[in-house]
Design a protein around this ligand. Sequence first.
Ligand code: SAH
Length: 217
Amino acid sequence: MDDLMDELINELTTDGYLKTERIIEAFRKIKREDFLPKENKAEASVNHPLTIGYNQTNSQPLTVAFMLELLQPKPGENIFDIGSGSGWQTALLAEIVGDEGKVIAIERIPDLKRMGDKNIAKYKFKNVKTLLGDGTRGYKKMAPYDKIIVAAAAEIGIPDILLQQLKVGGRLVIPVGKYEQDMVVMNRVAKNDYKEERYPGFQFVPLVPNEWGKDSD
Ligand code: SAH
């Protein structure tokens, strides 16, 4: 299993998706299989999204690699992770930001939040806080953030509150669009100035407001 995962990581590196040493190290250390349901653990090293129930997926490794390379998480940073699902990306981020940093992860589906918590607990992180709620409302208590990452498609555009909760110098990575998404990177270069980059060709589950009635604050 580990060999196959190593192969996938090497492939993502050779193909230029994984570039940054600390991100590659996190991919080696945080095992995707620890974040998958029993039924599809055996497929952990396959470069596809995998189902985690509730019509949601553990994202494709290539996409996670691409997004983390755009986000450029660094040790000590305060990061908001929206749509934490299985918890895999949350754990990758926690490994990268280290003890001096913090990852605030939010998930809207209660059972998935519980599953993510159980998975993340395997790694004994002290720098992760998980929340049940709607990430499109931001999370003021821990704002502003160095980085914000969203693992679901913002169909009608970027929630303004997320742009507001970025530090100046901070960065948001979010898929935007209805049927297909552009990966959009928003760099907050000054209080009222954002620089945008776009990378087309992604498909995500939709970012939806929470209908379970529980709010993140
Ligand atoms: N990073 C996760 C991706 C899960 S798929 C993983 O690799 O496992 C996207 C997740 O976003 C789903 O679990 C979905 O329930 C969640 N989601 C969708 N809209 C949301 C919202 N408004 N707030 C919080 N989570 C949301």
